[in-house]
Design a protein around this ligand. Sequence first.
Ligand SMILES: Nc1ncnc2c1ncn2[C@@H]1O[C@H](COP(=O)(O)OP(=O)(O)OP(=O)(O)O)[C@@H](O)[C@H]1O
Length: 222
Amino acid sequence: MITIENLNKKYKDKQIFQNFNTTFKDKTLTILLGENGAGKSTLLRIITALETADSGTIRYFGEVLSNRDIKGKIGYIPQDIALFEHMTVNENIDFFKALNKHPISSELIEDYCEKLNLFERKAKVSALSGGTKRKVNLLIGLLGNPSILILDEPTVGIDLKSRYDIHQLLNSLKQSRLIILTTHHLDEVESLADEIKLIGKDPFYRNILSEKGWAFEDSLTN
Ligand SMILES: Nc1ncnc2c1ncn2[C@@H]1O[C@H](COP(=O)(O)OP(=O)(O)OP(=O)(O)O)[C@@H](O)[C@H]1O
């Protein structure tokens, strides 16, 4: 479980979070929804210790952790693809695997690749489609066997089939870990979300979720 208590974050004069409280549950995939600029990526980066909050407390499985311990527990899949384009998929996997103290086994990598329908392992990343690059980006985030997985718009701009493959893997991963994901796709919310949290003030999202009859937690009422 991740518990966020009284989080405050400001960029210059812009208050992004003010006394924000929430909880993310284990074995649950939570989707953050909200307008552009609402603060979704900022929240993910604060949880991942890539960004510092002005004040507030975050507990991971009941404990306040050092940045190093946080990074050891979390697989963070950024919005921008962070791969070496001139290297093959396998070379990228080997490179990032070597950065992890306790990387997953080759068998598990094979299993993830099968679930993702990721077979172009000998191709250079620069030659891959956007969808395949996103799959590799996800796989890299899983190499350290994280108990928490954080994904910032993991399927932005990709074809339906690649998106489906990524959904299949995420739906199997959520049985055993805590996953937080941001998206602007409602179909993604429908096929993945166990919980929905709304960030930001735009009434559009509140209206659409209410119309659909989907339960959600509203950051404004926290
Ligand atoms: N490093 C920064 N310095 C100053 N302002 C920033 C910084 N990072 C984000 N912001 C601002 O904070 C606000 C929240 O940004 P954030 O990227 O968290 O929003 P978001 O909800 O993820 O949006 P999107 O859906 O477009 O990804 C925006 O107004 C953004 O311009």
